[in-house]
Design a protein around this ligand. Structure first.
Ligand code: KG4
Length: 332
C-alpha cells in the first residue's frame, strides 16, 4: 500500500452537501459544507424532497471546491467514499449516485460508509492520538447509541434509544417552545439564561437503553398548561433531564466494560450544557474524555472520509450496485 492515502469523502444524508479530502484518515485537506438550513427554516424542519433537489444542484460545485482547497486533482485520490445510510433516501441517493459516477469515470475504488461510523471517526480528526478501545456516546438528530468501540471498524452496541433520538427531542421541544428550527442550538443558547430547574420525569431502564419521549412530552405539557412559563428555565430543565439520562448510562457502561475512555459524537455533542456536565463527570470519575471540535459535530464529509479510510485500509470496497440504505444500522 502507498505511504500516503488520500480519500475523497461525500456526505448528503440530510441537509448538508459536503465533500472533503482527508490524508491518512486524520489530516483534513479540505471540508466544504453547503448547508441548506436557511431553506428548511421556512418550513420548521427538513423537507426531504427539497433536500434532494438542493444536493443535486450543488454537489458538483462542492466537489470541485473541495479538490481546489485541498490542492489535489482526482488523479491523487485513492478511494471515493460516500455515505450510503442511514438518512433520507432521496438525499442519500444524490451522494451515492454521484460517487458511483465518479468512481466509474476515474476507475478509482468506491466505498459506501455508514454515517454513524462517520460521526465516531470525527474524533480521530480532532484527537490525533485517540485509539480504540473506548466507549462512544453518539447523540445526533437521528441516533442515540452507546457503543463499545473495540477497533476502528468493530463496534458493540451497549444501548440505544427506544423512542426519539435525543436531537429529535431537542428539535421538537424547540418547536413547541416557539424557538423554531434548528432547535438544538437555539435551546442551547436560551438555556444559558435559565435559573430554576423544574423536575422532569426520567425513565429508569435496567439496561443501557435511553428514552427521551417522556421528558419531551412532559416539557410539551408544561408549556401547554402554563403558556407564561419561563422558557429559559424550561429549556435548561429539559437539557438537565436529558443529560441525566445520558450520564446514567455512561456510568453503567464504564462499570460494565471497565473502560474509562469516553468519546462523544454527533450533532448534539455540540451542546454546551452536555459538554460541561461530561467535563465535570470526567474530573469526578477520573475519565479520559473526548469531544469532536464543533464544526465536526454536525454532518460533514471529513468524518466520512476518515471512517472510509479505516475501512479502505482493511481492504473493504463497494461496487456499482451500491445503493442508499435509509435505516442502515451500525456494523452492517
Ligand atoms: O449529527 P447531526 O448533524 O445529524 C444527524 O446525523 O442526525 O445532528 C443534528 C442534530 C439536530 O437535532 C440539532 O438540533 C442538534 O444536532 N444540534 C444540537 C446542537 N447543535 C446541533 N443540539 C443541542 N445543542 C446544540 N448546540
Amino acid at each position: 500500500m502507498k505511504q500516503d492515502i488520500y480519500v475523497l469523502g461525500i456526505e448528503s444524508s440530510c441537509d448538508e452537501t459536503s465533500v472533503s479530502v482527508v490524508k491518512n484518515g486524520r489530516e483534513v485537506l479540505s471540508n466544504v459544507i453547503n448547508s441548506q438550513i436557511k431553506i428548511h427554516e421556512n418550513y420548521g424542519g427538513v423537507v426531504p424532497e427539497i433536500a434532494s433537489r438542493c444536493h443535486t444542484e450543488v454537489i458538483n460545485q462542492v466537489m470541485k471546491q473541495a479538490l481546489k482547497e485541498a490542492n489535489v486533482t482526482l488523479d491523487d485520490i485513492d478511494c471515493i467514499c460516500t455515505t450510503y445510510g442511514p438518512g433520507l433516501v432521496g438525499a442519500l441517493l444524490v451522494g451515492v449516485s454521484y460517487a458511483k459516477g465518479l468512481s466509474f469515470a476515474t476507475n478509482k475504488p468506491l466505498l459506501g460508509v455508514n454515517h454513524i461510523e462517520g460521526h465516531i471517526a470525527a474524533n480521530y480528526i480532532t484527537h490525533k492520538d485517540l485509539k480504540p478501545p473506548y466507549i462512544c456516546l453518539i447523540i445526533s438528530g437521528g441516533n442515540t447509541i452507546i457503543i463499545k468501540v473495540n477497533d476502528y471498524t468493530k463496534f458493540e452496541i451497549l444501548g440505544k434509544t427506544r423512542d426519539d433520538a435525543i436531537g429529535e427531542a431537542f428539535d421538537k421541544v424547540a418547536r413547541v417552545v416557539g424557538l423554531g428550527y434548528p432547535g438544538g442550538p437555539k435551546i442551547d443558547k436560551l438555556a444559558k439564561e435559565g435559573k430554576e430547574i423544574i423536575d422532569l420525569p426520567i425513565t429508569h431502564m435496567d439496561n443501557m437503553d435511553f428514552s427521551f419521549s417522556g421528558i419531551k412530552t412532559a416539557v410539551i405539557n408544561l408549556n401547554h398548561k402554563n403558556p407564561d412559563i419561563n422558557k429559559a428555565d424550561l429549556c435548561l430543565s429539559f437539557e438537565k433531564a436529558a443529560t441525566d439520562m445520558l450520564e446514567n448510562n455512561i456510568k453503567k457502561a464504564i462499570k460494565e466494560t471497565k473502560i474509562n475512555k469516553v468519546v462523544l459524537a454527533g450533532g448534539v455533542s455540540a451542546n454546551s450544557y452536555i459538554r460541561n456536565r461530561f467535563e465535570k463527570l470526567s474530573e469526578k470519575e477520573n475519565l479520559e474524555m473526548y469531544f469532536p471540535e464543533l464544526i465536526l459535530c454536525t454532518d460533514n464529509a471529513a468524518m466520512i472520509a476518515a471512517a472510509g479510510y479505516y475501512n479502505y485500509i482493511e481492504g473493504k470496497k463497494s461496487d456499482l450496485t451500491l445503493n442508499a440504505v435509509p435505516n442502515l444500522k451500525l456494523g452492517e
